[in-house]
Every structure is written in structure tokens, then in C-alpha cells.
Design a protein. Structure first.
Length: 146
């Protein structure tokens, strides 16, 4: 069986970069309605980092989360192999956890990569996409009908 790299195998230097980058991205959050700024930073297999913030809209449901902004930036630039994503908000005492819609969008690009959920202080917990969205539906399922 091919060797599977554990989610914890992201090198410390990349974790630090992700944490700084998501905090920086949070500063650009456009969230006049919720007043809940979020930043995300996404690490690609080749070591590139794409960041994103939440971008809200007066037509509320059109708002997009920071995680999906980062993923869409990366995919639209030709990157879709991801190692990790970090998420942060202004919550000091709780870890920022991606919403269900973002989990599904992450899952589109694989289940075995890491999600760093951080407090505004930089403390974090890490889980895989698989752990955050077990028993998921994904692109492979579309090939399974007879
Ligand atoms: O993980 C999350 C959770 C929430 N939000 C955004 C959506 C909305 O703009 C605001 C409040 O839900 O925070 C994110 O960007 N990411
Ligand atoms: Zn979301």
C-alpha cells in the first residue's frame, strides 16, 4: 500500500506560515453584517500558500466563507492538491471550525489533508478533512452507478 503521510506531517515552518497568513487575511474580511471576521490560509502540495477572507453581501446568502475564498483562489490559479488549511477568527477562547459547506468543498479535493482550527491567540487543534466530514459524498461516488 502506498505510504500515507499523517496530517501531523506538515513541517513546523509551514504551520507557522499558515498561522501568520490566515491572521493577515482576516484583516481583509468584508463582514459588515455579521461583524465576524475570518481568515484562512491554504497550503498546496508544492508549498504555495493561498489566503482568503469571508466576503459578505447585502443579499446575505451570497456571502462566502474565508475557507472557500482561499480554495477558489487556489483552484482558479491551477492548484488543487492541498496539504493543509488554517482558519482563524476573533474568538479568543474557541477554535474556529469550518462550516458544513466549507467541509464539503474541502472534501472535493481529498479527505486526507489537514485542517488547522485556531484561536485568535494562535493556539490550534488539527484534524483531517476525513475526521471533519466522515461518510462523505465525493467525486468518486459519481462513477459508481451502473
Ligand atoms: O468557518 C467559518 C465560519 C464562518 N465564516 C463567516 C461566514 C460569515 O461571513 C461570518 C459569520 O458566519 O463568518 C467563515 O468565513 N468561516
Ligand atoms: Zn464555511
Amino acid at each position: 500500500m502506498a505510504h500515507k503521510r499523517p496530517a501531523c506531517a506538515v513541517e513546523a515552518k509551514y504551520i507557522k506560515e499558515l498561522l501568520l497568513s490566515c491572521q493577515e487575511a482576516k484583516k481583509s474580511a468584508y463582514c459588515p453584517y455579521s461583524r465576524f471576521p475570518v481568515g484562512a490560509a491554504l497550503l498546496t502540495e508544492d508549498g504555495k500558500i493561498f489566503s482568503g477572507c469571508n466576503v459578505e453581501n447585502a443579499s446575505y446568502p451570497l456571502s462566502i466563507c474565508a475557507e472557500r475564498t482561499a480554495i477558489q483562489k487556489a483552484v482558479s490559479e491551477g492548484y488543487k492538491d492541498f496539504r493543509a488549511i488554517a482558519v482563524t477568527s476573533d474568538m479568543e477562547d474557541d477554535y474556529s471550525s469550518p462550516c458544513g459547506a466549507c467541509r464539503q468543498v474541502m472534501r472535493e479535493f481529498g479527505t486526507d489533508w489537514a485542517v488547522y482550527m485556531t484561536k485568535s491567540t494562535g493556539a490550534f487543534v488539527v484534524k483531517t478533512v476525513q475526521e471533519l466530514l466522515p461518510d462523505s459524498f465525493g467525486p468518486e461516488d459519481l462513477q459508481k452507478i451502473k
